[in-house]
Design a protein. Structure first.
Length: 181
């Protein structure tokens, strides 16, 4: 891989990064590339082949968090049990959020995860949110987010800032998740 991961032109077969879901890889060297599309930022990754209905997490869902499973190979999973934890504890997965899955992708396929954007709906996990609160990965819901109240120290890597209250199972967030070069 090159030592630069941002490219001006990438292959988006569906016409929108939010609907990319394909196999085999069109250009294997593109995996890991990060790019901007309109006012959002994405990274090209492979969804873990084990992200199936047979797991407690189930198949990937729209607006669900993706966790890094293998940063070197740019593989993500929706199952927090298989996220990188480097032996540092069961909640470590909360610091290894890769981005947001934007479609019901097929396990093993190439997808483009969303990492930066404004007013992005994310699964809320049944929490109460207020505008301006820091958003983190939730500890007890599948691929959802939780909040850190205003004025409280952030204990995990923040994923963004809440726009307001949750409604219909999602909370809108201004997200800013770092990509992996």
């Amino acid at each position: 891989m090159p030592n630069q991961n941002r490219m001006g032109t990438v292959f988006v077969p569906s016409g929108s990064p939010d609907t990319v879901n394909y196999s085999p890889e069109y250009a294997p060297g593109e995996r890991g590339l990060a790019y901007d599309y309109n006012d959002k930022a994405y990274q090209i990754v492979q969804l873990d082949s084990g992200a199936t209905a047979a797991t407690p997490t189930g198949i990937p869902a729209v607006n669900q968090l993706a966790y890094w499973r293998d940063k070197d190979r740019y593989v993500v999973t929706n199952d927090r049990r298989f996220a990188m934890n480097l032996g540092i504890g069961t909640a470590a997965y909360q610091n290894f959020v890769a981005g947001v899955i934007r479609n019901a992708a097929t396990p093993g396929n190439i997808i483009h995860i969303l990492q930066r954007g404004d007013n992005i709906p994310m699964l809320d996990g049944g929490n109460t949110f207020a505008a301006g609160e820091s958003i983190i990965a939730e500890a007890d819901a599948v691929g959802a987010v939780d909040r850190i109240a205003l004025g409280t120290a952030v204990t995990f890597r923040p994923l963004g800032i809440a726009r307001g209250a949750a409604a219909n199972g999602v909370v809108n967030v201004d997200i800013d998740i770092p990509n992996i070069p």
